[in-house]
Ligand binder design. Structure first.
Ligand SMILES: [Zn+2]
Length: 81
């Protein structure tokens, strides 16, 4: 599966009921909620630069695996049609 942040091939380490964990060479480790994955399935995509920056900040702050959820995800493209 591709990294949902930068679209490069990435490891999807584990998928739980409502989460998926990714490990990307460029973005690092992060977790995505099922809600966000559902939106991405509907042809939305994340703002790569903004989300990579946010993940990097979380990593620097000591968060091992930041969680991308509805509250902090930034999308590009049309959200609702
Ligand atoms: Zn990535």
């Amino acid at each position: 599966m591709e990294c949902v942040v930068c679209n490069k091939p990435a490891m999807e380490e584990e998928r739980f009921g409502d989460y998926a964990d990714f490990d990307c060479d460029d973005c690092g480790k992060y977790r995505v909620t099922g809600t966000v994955l559902g939106i991405l399935d509907r042809a939305q995509w994340l703002r790569t630069t903004a989300m990579q920056q946010w993940i990097a900040e979380q990593h620097q702050a000591g968060v091992e695996r930041p969680i991308i959820n509805s509250a902090n995800a930034e999308y590009e493209g049309v959200l609702y049609r």
